[in-house]
Design a protein. Structure first.
Length: 151
């Protein structure tokens, strides 16, 4: 099994287990005299089986990510950490940008005038550079995921 296939299966199990949790909660109690539409015990068994497989996949994915080289200095785990950090920084810088851009919503000269303390153009340039780095990193990660066998 390739690493990418394990990642896809992990995502599918996570989605299915979230749905199972909702189904279990919906069938956990019924009005006296009624029957649940599904047996909660069977749903819990299905959930437990899914979680066992989920745990196995996560452990194997983590081991593979730690032992597989991304480039000369980093493994896949390091590259994922960098990508996640870049994503967080991009989101933050976009918020900085939104707050730095002056919106003219004054109706008269007597109202308060705001001035930006940040260079919006420079912020946008930084966002663009980080976004490019993120895309390149993510593309390389995706490619590696399809070539590496799951440990």
């Amino acid at each position: 099994m390739k690493l990418a296939e394990a990642l896809i299966e992990r995502a599918e199990i996570h989605k299915k287990n979230c749905q199972l949790v909702n189904r279990i909660k919906s069938n956990a109690k019924v009005q006296e005299g009624d029957l649940p539409s599904e047996k909660p015990e069977e749903l819990i068994d299905e959930y437990e089986n899914g979680m066992a497989r989920f745990l196995e996949l996560v452990q194997r994915i983590n081991e593979t990510n730690c032992k597989t080289h991304f480039d000369d200095t980093r493994n896949i785990s390091d590259a994922i950490a960098l990508r996640d950090c870049l994503g967080a920084k991009i989101r933050a810088y976009r918020e900085f940008y939104e707050h730095a851009v002056i919106k003219m919503d004054r109706y008269s000269k007597n109202e308060i005038k705001f001035v930006s303390c940040l260079d919006a153009k420079e912020l946008q340039n930084q966002i663009n550079a980080m976004s490019k780095e993120y895309r390149e990193l993510d593309t390389k990660l995706q490619g590696i995921n399809w070539t590496v066998d799951l440990i």
